[in-house]
Design a protein around this ligand. Structure first.
Ligand code: TXA
Ligand code: MG
Length: 345
C-alpha cells in the first residue's frame, strides 16, 4: 500500500489514533530519546514484516523490542538474569538495549532467526505513552531506510519513509541523537553497539569487566560472523564520500585548503568539523558538536550527515572524535559513515 505520511503532533487524541493503528497491524514512526523508531506490534508477525519492507532491511537483522513495564519484559524473554534487573534499575527507562534469551512469544521475524531478543524501555514520554496506549511490546528499528543515517527529527523520517507509512508522530529533536547501547547478557556482558550508556557505567553497576565486541571499531573480515548482525551491513552512509582525518586542527585546515586548491571547483569538498573550528575555516563546513563534548557530537552527527547530502557535498573531510565514554558511540557511527576510511595527517 502507498501512503502519504501524516505528521502528527503528540496530542492525547493522536496517541490514541496511533495506538489503534498499531493494534491493527500497521507501522508508525515514533520519537524516542535516541532516534526515531519505526514501530509495530512485536507480537504480530505480519505487522513486523511491514517494518522490514518499509526499511528495505535484511531479514537476518533482528529488531529491538520496546517495553514500558518489567511485566512486559516477562512476556518476551525466557529468563531474566539478576544482572539484567540490576541494569534495568539503573538505566531504564533509557538508551540501553539488553540482549536476553527470547520467549516463544517473539517470532523468528523479530529476532532475525536468533534465539535471543534485544529489549529496551525508552525514556521518551511520547514513546512510553504510545506503548501504554497500545499495551503491546513494540518492535522498532531506527526509522531510516536501511543503510542511511538514523533520523533524529520527524522531517528526517519523512525524507526516508515518504509513501511507506501512514503516520509519523512528531516529538521534536531527539536529545541523545545516536541509537541505544546494545549489551548482550547471553555470555559475559558484551557491548555489541556502543551508545550513550558507556561500558564504564555498565561495569560499575555489574562490578565486572564488560567486553567490547571487536566489530565496534573494526570492519568484519569476510568470513567472520557478527554477534550483532547489524554490524555487518553498510551503515549511516550519506551519499558523500566521508574521510576521517586524524590530526590537530591546523593540519586539518591545511589539508583541506590544499585539496581545494588542487581540485576543480565543482568537486564540492566540505569539512565536517567541531563548532570551535568553524570561525577559522575559510572552506565550506558543517559542524557536529564541540571537540571536548562527545554528547554534543552524538546529538548533532546524524543531522550533519543529512545536511551534507542536501548541500550536495561530494567529498567530506571529518575531524576525528574522541573514543572514550560516549565518544566511542560517535566514533563507531562516523567510522561506518566513512566506510572505515581514516587518513593520518
Ligand atoms: O536507540 C535505539 O536502539 C533505536 C530506537 C528506535 O530504539 N533503535 C535501533 O534499532 O537502533 P536498529 O534496528 O536500527 O538497531 C538495532 C541493532 C542492530 O545492529 C541489530 O543487529 C542489533 O541491534 N540487535 C537487535 N537485536 C539483537 C539480538 N537479539 N542480538 C544481537 N544484536 C541485536
Ligand atoms: Mg538502525
Amino acid at each position: 500500500m502507498s501512503f502519504t505520511p501524516q505528521i502528527l503532533s503528540p496530542t492525547e487524541l493522536n496517541i490514541k489514533k496511533v495506538a489503534n493503528c498499531l493494534k491493527n497491524g500497521e507501522v508508525v514512526a515514533i520519537p524516542t530519546e535516541t532516534v526515531y523508531g519505526l514501530a509495530a506490534d512485536a507480537l504480530n508477525a505480519k505487522a513486523v514484516e511491514k517494518i522490514f519492507l518499509a526499511k528495505g532491511r535484511p531479514q537476518d537483522n533482528p529488531l529491538i523490542v520496546h517495553i514500558n513495564t518489567v511485566e512486559m519484559l516477562n512476556t518476551i524473554v525466557s529468563t531474566i538474569p539478576k544482572t539484567a534487573l540490576q541494569l534495568a534499575t539503573c538505566f531504564w527507562p533509557g538508551p540501553l538495549t539488553i540482549v536476553l534469551p527470547r520467549s516463544a512469544n517473539i517470532s523468528n521475524i523479530v529476532s532475525g532467526g536468533l534465539n535471543t531478543v534485544g529489549v529496551r524501555m525508552p525514556a521518551h514520554p511520547i514513546a512510553r505513552a504510545i506503548i501504554t496506549a497500545t499495551n503491546k511490546p513494540l518492535a522498532a528499528p531506527s526509522a531510516n531506510l536501511s543503510g542511511s543515517p538514523s533520523p533524529t527529527t520527524a522531517m528526517h523520517v519523512l525524507q526516508d519513509m515518504n509513501t511507506r507509512i501512514p503516520y509519523i508522530v512528531d516529538g521534536g529533536n531527539c536529545t541523545v541523537g545516536v541509537e541505544s547501547t546494545v549489551l548482550s547478557l547471553i555470555d559475559i556482558p558484551t557491548i555489541l553497539r556502543p551508545g550513550f550508556i558507556t561500558a564504564e557505567e555498565i561495569a560499575s553497576v555489574l562490578q565486572t569487566d564488560v567486553k567490547i565486541a571487536d566489530a565496534v571499531i573494526a570492519p568484519l573480515k569476510e568470513d567472520e560472523s557478527a554477534a550483532s548482525p547489524g554490524m555487518k551491513y553498510k551503515h549511516y552512509s550519506p551519499k558523500a564520500n566521508i574521510i576521517l582525518l586524524k590530526g590537530d586542527f591546523p593540519s586539518f585546515k591545511q589539508f583541506i585548503e590544499n585539496k581545494i586548491a588542487q581540485t576543480k571547483e565543482n568537486e564540492m569538498i566540505w569539512a565536517l568539523c567541531f563548532e570551535e573550528d568553524a570561525p577559522n575555516l575559510t572552506t565550506p563546513y558543517i559542524t557536529y558538536g564541540r571537540q571536548e563534548d562527545s554528547a554534543t557530537q552524538a546529538n548533532a552527527l546524524f543531522s550533519a550527515l543529512r545536511t551534507l547530502d542536501e548541500k550536495g557535498a561530494k567529498t567530506v573531510y571529518a575531524r576525528m572524535p574522541k573514543k572514550d565514554g560516549i565518544g566511542l558511540a560517535v566514533y563507531n557511527r562516523i567510522l561506518r559513515a566513512a566506510a572505515f576510511q581514516v587518513k593520518e595527517l
